[in-house]
Design a protein around this ligand. Structure first.
Ligand SMILES: N[C@@H](CCC(=O)N[C@@H](CS)C(=O)NCC(=O)O)C(=O)O
Length: 216
């Protein structure tokens, strides 16, 4: 199998976390001609990462779909909570960032250059991010892992996106939104001390200019 990934992408990083936790033999590559090249659009017409190309040649897009596929094909070690309640919560943690964090991050990403920055818009997007984080806080278990007592697809979803939130705070000189939340702050501290999470966090940070790479 081959995973098309970009190091910084929180959605591709979700899948890398699963691959590393499961110890899978997957070739992880960047889209050679870019996300909008004809070759890549043939694989994924949305021109996004991640895309998982199966040995059959079929290419699966969408991080949540790929994570579930990997659980089906490689059930051990399982990152899928066993009981239905925990599984529902884990799937929620895959969706909350998509709806409540991703849009603000993309807008902020395009204003990273101070000359392209609209300060009012920056404040608005950080308010939106803060709201998104408050939803995550609401549903977090308050333990080391997002759901239950072991790593799951929920942690694959949360850790890379929290890393990007943290990064945006550094770039825009904003206060630390994550640690303001009791459960989320403790979760992020614990997450960073896990070896596999730390590997993916480091991969993301290695993809950006050193000056912006401070993780709080
Ligand atoms: N819902 C998608 C989102 C993927 C996504 O937004 N990927 C970004 C990188 S973080 C991307 O490829 N952006 C390029 C674009 O949308 O044109 C998923 O979960 O895989």
């Amino acid at each position: 199998m081959k995973l098309y990934s970009l190091p910084l992408s929180p959605f591709a990083a979700r899948v890398r976390l699963s691959i590393y936790r499961k110890g899978l033999d997957v070739d992880i590559v960047s889209p050679e001609g870019g996300l909008k090249s004809n070759d890549y659009l043939t694989l994924n017409p949305m021109g996004q990462v991640p895309t998982l190309v199966l040995n059959s040649g079929v290419a699966i897009p969408e991080s949540a779909t790929i994570l579930e596929y990997l659980e089906d094909i490689f059930p051990t070690p399982s990152l899928r909570p066993i009981n239905a309640q925990d599984l529902a919560l884990a799937r929620l943690f895959l969706r909350l960032p998509d709806f409540h964090i991703r849009p603000a991050i993309f807008i902020l990403r395009d204003m990273r250059d101070p000359t392209k920055r609209n300060e009012e818009e920056v404040e608005t997007q950080f308010e939106i991010l803060d709201k998104g984080l408050s939803y995550i806080e609401h549903y977090l278990s308050g333990d080391t892992w997002a759901v239950g007592d072991q790593p799951s697809i929920a942690d694959c979803a949360l850790v890379p996106v929290l890393n990007i939130v943290n990064l945006m705070e550094s770039i825009f000189g904003q206060p630390d939104l994550i640690s303001k939340y009791r459960k989320l702050g403790a979760y992020w501290q614990a997450a960073k001390s896990d070896e596999i999470n730390a590997k993916v966090i480091a991969e993301q940070l290695a993809a950006i200019p050193k000056a912006s790479a401070q993780v709080k």
